[in-house]
Design a binder for this molecule. Structure first.
Ligand code: IPE
Ligand code: IPE
Ligand code: MG
Length: 232
């Protein structure tokens, strides 16, 4: 029996294009995208997924206009203030992947408080990647190892210096909006992940689409560099 993916990581892409197709400002796409986040978090929890990682803001997204960045930060604050109670009640545990120090103090304290409040929960592990870049994450890991005098790190040691410390690597990466690239997302952790690309924009991605991606995942044969399993 092929098991469910333990960890699903999603590149939530296409908010801007979703809005543009409707002649709306980009921020409307982000707002609609938050609604998808709520639905997919619930769905992942009820499907029994252990870890869900959502790529919300990359270290390269600072290149966007200030107004869009401000809009995204406001949506993040609103999401946390409105949803924290429910996330907590559902046993969801929040972790941030990324360097929060670049954000305004208000955002840092809201986000840190949400992580602290949910830290003892035992349900779905929800990672939100914010100001996240895989290359920056690896440089930070190497720097920390150097400072600790670690000379020949094993893979497990490197993993223990990443934001995803103590979590299983993603088994499945989903990218919405049809782009065929990884955009600096979890480059170390997804070495052997299966990739599912859907043409749907993030605001129109549904629980059914998530289930479909999981069904497709179950049909894949993961080899991890070995040969086909002949016992099947
Ligand atoms: C993804 O949607 C959300 C973020 C990167 C914050 P985009 O904003 O990238 O939407 P497109 O790709 O321009 O359509
Ligand atoms: C990736 O989407 C980052 C997030 C989903 C947060 P982008 O829209 O920033 O990626 P590119 O620029 O198309 O590679
Ligand atoms: Mg995009």
């Amino acid at each position: 029996m092929i098991l469910l993916p333990r960890h699903i990581a999603i590149i939530m892409d296409g908010n801007g294009r979703w809005a543009k197709m409707r002649n709306l400002p980009r921020i409307f796409g982000h707002r609609q995208g938050v609604k998808t986040v709520k639905k997919i978090v619930q769905a992942a929890g009820s499907l029994g997924i252990e870890v869900l990682t959502l790529y919300a803001f990359s270290s390269e997204n600072w290149k966007r206009p200030e107004s869009e960045i401000k809009g995204l930060l406001a949506l993040l604050s609103k999401f946390i203030s409105k949803e924290l109670k429910e996330l907590n009640e559902k046993g969801i545990k929040l972790r941030i992947l990324g360097d929060l120090s670049k954000f305004p103090p208000k955002t840092i304290s809201e986000v840190s408080n949400a992580c602290k409040t949910t830290s003892k929960n035992k349900g779905l592990q929800l990672n939100i990647a914010l100001n996240y870049g895989a290359r920056q994450e690896l440089i930070s890991a190497f720097t920390q190892m150097q400072q600790k005098g670690i000379k020949n790190p094993s893979e497990a040691v490197v993993s223990s210096f990443l934001y995803t410390k103590n979590q299983p690597d993603p088994d499945l990466v989903i990218r919405t909006s049809g782009q065929l690239r990884l955009s600096n997302f979890l480059l170390w952790q997804i070495a052997y992940a299966e990739i599912h690309i859907t043409p749907k924009f993030w605001p129109e991605f549904t629980e059914e689409d998530l289930k479909f991606a999981i069904e497709e995942f179950k049909k894949r044969e993961r080899r991890f560099g070995g040969l086909e399993d002949e016992s099947k």
